[in-house]
Design a binder for this molecule. Structure first.
Ligand code: AMP
Length: 182
């Protein structure tokens, strides 16, 4: 079995979560498997090794799990980007559009080292709104987004187009219309 097939087997589809019609891509079985977790961390680290990444930004909440491990492997620091109202210190904010309405992401205003070279990590790239808003937050703080890492990408939602041509690595790609849509 290929590495990709093994990982894909451990991503579970949960129908109608968190809302009717949504197929949620649940990576918790993959995280729970020692080989798959290590493989995922290595596969998302390797493309960015040697690129001088100083800080890895993880997006709440599943992004934290991977970003922390990847930061450790890259010898980088970890920075959390959270939903509005969760971080205790002074924050920088960025609004982003959802299908209906908008949401808010925050980062501590002093979280980045000056001019930091940053890797942004999350579990799923769907429409790209979350990752693009995170990149804007990093740039507001004077950081430089070198690239993005995701476990999986819902390619039919074209999220990659929101990432301004920067390097974006996803280990699994789902391209079929309607599969995993949110
Ligand atoms: P988006 O901003 O549309 O790219 O959505 C990405 C964010 O929403 C990520 O933080 C994902 O964890 C989550 N997400 C979106 N769609 C799904 C899905 N089908 N399954 C699991 N998580 C999803």
């Amino acid at each position: 079995m290929t590495r990709t097939a093994r990982l894909e087997e451990l991503v579970r589809d949960i129908a109608d979560f968190p809302a009717p019609g949504v197929v949620f891509k649940d990576i918790t079985p993959l995280l729970a498997d020692p080989f798959a977790f290590a493989t995922t961390v290595e596969a998302l680290t390797e493309p960015f090794a040697g690129q001088g990444i100083e800080q890895v930004v993880g997006i709440e909440a599943r992004g934290f799990i991977l970003a922390g491990a990847i930061a450790h492997r890259l010898g980088a620091g970890f920075v959390p980007v959270r939903k509005g109202g969760k971080l205790p210190g002074a924050v920088e904010q960025e609004h982003y559009d959802l299908e209906y309405g908008s949401d808010l992401l925050e980062v501590h205003a002093d979280a980045l080292v000056p001019g930091a070279r940053v890797l942004v990590v999350d579990d799923v790239l769907a429409t790209g709104g979350t990752a693009a808003a995170t990149a804007r937050l990093v740039e507001k703080l004077g950081g430089h987004v070198v690239g993005f890492g995701f476990v999986l990408e819902l390619a039919f939602l074209s999220g990659r187009e929101q990432l301004s041509g920067r390097q974006a690595v996803s280990l699994l790609t789902y391209g079929t219309s309607g599969d995993g849509q949110r």
